[in-house]
Ligand binder design. Structure first.
Ligand code: CUA
Length: 325
């Protein structure tokens, strides 16, 4: 039995290891650090309350236990104004102690950064992907948010269809995505790296796979990315031009933002991505897998099957998409 408990405990603790970019307890951003401060604050306060309650409980158990030879009903007490005042006032003080920093942090994180060079990004949650539009930079991406290290990034969170929640565990967040409402927050990354992002609100069949990544790079690398994203991609080879034609006929309806009812991600710079659908490695083979059967990759995705193309047409389409850098 001891062995079973040990094995179970090991398994549970092994789950805590996981991906360091998903660790709330080791934040790499200011917002995450503030949130960790709140977690610690409320946790230690709770520990204090727990210790006091358990101490009184154990004291009462021992002090007023049934003793040998004393078989009479103990004296009964009814009502105590002092006690009632204590157990009303103490929790009020404790709640206030918790509420003040919580409310302060909440307003602080919703503030628009005043720095002139603060980056502003409109985040839109869709079933089951994330869209990022950079204000003033004319950049639209999906599943991948690039930010410079050490700079505040202001996020305007919009919802397109159902409730989602934006969350980058190591940087901060978990802010609701609500259709018809705009929520705001800011993030920064203090260390370069790739941080895993998650949808944190059950939103349908593809919820568990509604992932994205935050790439925090130094300013020079970020500027290079911006320049690359702003450069128009032009089909060069015959195969890419053929692929462009196939794309226009089959994909543009949803992927150009012209159809307000069905919106797929903007693919004009698809070749720069590091993932496909936010979860697969960005390579030809995975792109084919995604195109031929999106449901096998991300159940519930609105992307239709593109399984009717001739092999040569599929080659051209893949070639074209991958060339869009
Ligand atoms: Cu979107 Cu869960």
């Amino acid at each position: 039995r001891v062995l079973t408990v040990l094995v179970l405990a090991t398994l549970v603790l092994a789950g805590c290891q996981g991906d360091p970019s998903l660790n709330v307890l080791d934040p790499s951003g200011t917002a995450g650090q503030k949130q960790l401060d709140l977690i610690k604050w409320s946790f230690f306060l709770m520990c204090g309350v727990f210790a006091v309650v358990i101490t009184i409980f154990i004291y009462v158990l021992i002090r007023f236990r049934k003793r040998k030879g004393k078989d009479v009903m103990p004296e009964q007490t009814h009502g105590s104004v002092t006690l009632e005042i204590i157990w009303t006032v103490v929790p009020i003080i404790l709640l206030a102690v918790l509420a003040v920093p919580t409310v302060t942090y909440t307003f602080d994180l919703a503030e628009v950064p005043q720095e002139d060079d603060a980056i502003k990004v409109k985040v839109i949650g869709h079933q089951y992907w994330w869209e990022f539009q950079y204000e003033g930079l004319n950049i639209k991406t999906a599943q991948e948010l690039h930010i410079p290290v050490g700079k505040k990034v202001h996020l305007e969170i919009h919802g397109e269809d159902v409730l989602h929640a934006f969350w980058v565990p190591a940087l901060g967040g978990k802010i609701d995505v609500i259709p018809g409402r705009v929520n705001t927050m800011w993030l920064d990354a203090q260390k370069p790296g790739v941080y895993q992002g998650k949808c944190a609100e059950l939103c349908g069949a593809g919820h568990a796979l509604m992932d994205f990544k935050v790439f925090a790079d130094d300013q020079a690398k970020f500027d290079k990315w911006v320049a690359q994203m702003q450069k128009p991609a032009v089909a060069q080879t015959a195969s890419q031009k053929e692929g462009e034609k196939i794309f226009m006929q089959n994909c543009l309806g949803c992927h150009a933002g012209t159809n307000p009812r069905i919106q797929g991600p903007d693919l004009s710079k698809f070749g720069n991505r590091e993932t496909i659908a936010g979860i697969l490695k960005h390579d030809d083979q995975n792109l084919r897998k995604w195109l031929k059967n999106p449901q096998s990759v991300k159940p519930g995705a609105l992307m239709p099957k593109i399984d009717y193309l001739e092999p040569k047409e599929m080659d051209a389409l893949v070639d074209y998409l991958m060339s869009r850098k």
